[in-house]
Design a protein around this ligand. Structure first.
Ligand SMILES: Cc1ncc(COP(=O)(O)O)c(C=O)c1O
Length: 393
């Protein structure tokens, strides 16, 4: 059977041809086994092709594999960082305190509600280290971003992985039911990685209020700033209300500072003190990155461009994939996930895309290959689409 016939059959089978694309999530998820509340597994239903970061990656024509932002850092951040280098002989604590004060003001909390880290990965791991020292269990969606869960598993925590709903939102009722007296933390990533999908913020807020009475709730908002400003409904206000919630943000995405490593969490002072009693927050940061973060926070033009340009390339990529008969999950982020043809060999696909100079990721979701492509510049996304046509078209 040739590839074209195969694809037509797959599209028909999955109802993904022409007008059927909107049904894709529902249909794809029907095929997904629902995890029973009694049989938690430590294995994700999503398996990611091993990604080895090699020096050659810098030579890619389009590096669309780590949800990096191609537009920055902002020019103002660059100037601030260069000027900061000459202060590199001093420790950065005073600058860290200034950044904390800026963030606290923006988030409407006092500075003792803020902890900084060299990227939010550092904070995801530190929270996991302090919460799961004695085991317990972690409740999250599946698929989810795995940094915190991986560290929890390393401490022998049990992972209560709750499948996303048929429209790729968190199944909040099922997640609530999964909480018991051993649950040390619920992890929510909204919008979610790797699906790019969004959970309704009103439902999430109600869930957080309820669940935080039983255990700590961690909300990872790495991609929230890609939503239109009036749609960015952060859960930070719940921290201000005194709930046992940690909200984490990063400068790696909208601020385009992934390689500079700055992230922060907003949480109750007693929660953050419990963390800093064991591990330090400011020590992994450097003065240039901190000054760059402060300048970037104030560069509204850069942040608006960054958001708008990403939304433009996202629409282009979505429409292009749709026109080719594929069914990307509607994304609220700077990346997009879509199913490849089921017979696609993920490794061969990756190699062929890399051969075209285009780096993407492949995930196996319930034994089917999916491609996650990060948003690059418009010419990079055009190259992605052209390369994709050659490799998979
Ligand atoms: C959902 C989510 N959280 C956290 C991170 C970590 O980002 P960083 O450590 O660069 O802040 C990422 C990175 O891709 C992510 O996708």
């Amino acid at each position: 059977m040739n590839k074209t016939t195969n694809r037509r059959q797959w599209l028909q089978r999955a109802g993904l041809s022409s007008a059927g694309f909107l049904l894709a999530p529902a249909i794809a998820s029907q095929a997904r086994p629902q995890t029973s509340a009694k049989t938690w597994s430590s294995e994700s239903r999503v398996w990611e092709r091993n990604l080895t970061f090699t020096p050659e990656m810098n030579g890619l024509k389009a590096r669309l594999l780590a949800n990096e932002n191609p537009y920055g850092p902002s020019d103002k951040a660059k100037v601030a960082m260069m000027e900061a280098i000459s202060d590199g002989n001093r420790y950065q604590h005073a600058d860290a305190a200034r950044l904390k004060a800026m963030l606290a003001e923006r988030e409407g909390v006092t500075t003792d509600h803020i902890i900084l880290g060299p990227g939010s990965t550092d904070l995801l791991e530190k929270v996991a280290i302090t919460q799961f020292l004695d085991g317990g269990n972690v409740v999250s969606a599946d698929p989810a971003y795995m940094a915190l869960i991986k560290t929890a598993l390393a401490f022998r925590a049990e992972w209560r992985n709750v499948p996303l709903t048929k429209d790729w939102a968190h199944d909040l009722d099922a997640m609530y039911k999964a909480i018991d007296s051993d649950t040390r933390l619920v992890y929510i990533c909204n919008p979610n990685n790797p699906t790019g999908s969004l959970t309704d913020s009103n439902a999430l807020r109600a869930f957080c209020r309820k669940a935080a009475k039983k255990t700590m709730v961690f909300v990872d908002e790495a991609y929230l700033e890609f939503l239109a400003p009036d749609e960015q409904d952060s859960m930070v206000d719940l921290v201000g209300e005194g709930h046992n919630i940690i909200v984490t943000r990063t400068f790696s995405k909208i601020h385009a500072m992934a390689g500079l490593r700055v992230g922060y969490s907003v949480g109750l002072p007693e929660t953050l003190e419990a963390i800093t009693a064991k591990v330090r927050d400011n020590m992994g940061l450097n003065v240039s990155a901190i000054r760059g973060a402060m300048a970037s926070l104030e560069d509204e033009t850069f942040l608006t461009n960054s958001r708008n340009w990403t939304r433009e390339t996202r629409a282009f990529t979505f429409d292009s994939l749709k026109a080719l008969g594929y069914a990307p999950i509607p994304s609220y982020t700077s990346f997009m996930l879509f199913p490849l043809l089921p017979e696609t060999d993920g490794k061969a696909y990756l190699e062929q895309m890399y051969g075209q100079g285009v780096g993407v990721r492949v995930f196996e979701l319930d034994d089917k290959p999916w491609c996650r492509v990060s948003m690059g510049t418009m010419p990079e996304m055009q190259l992605f689409v052209e390369s994709f046509k050659r490799v998979a078209g």
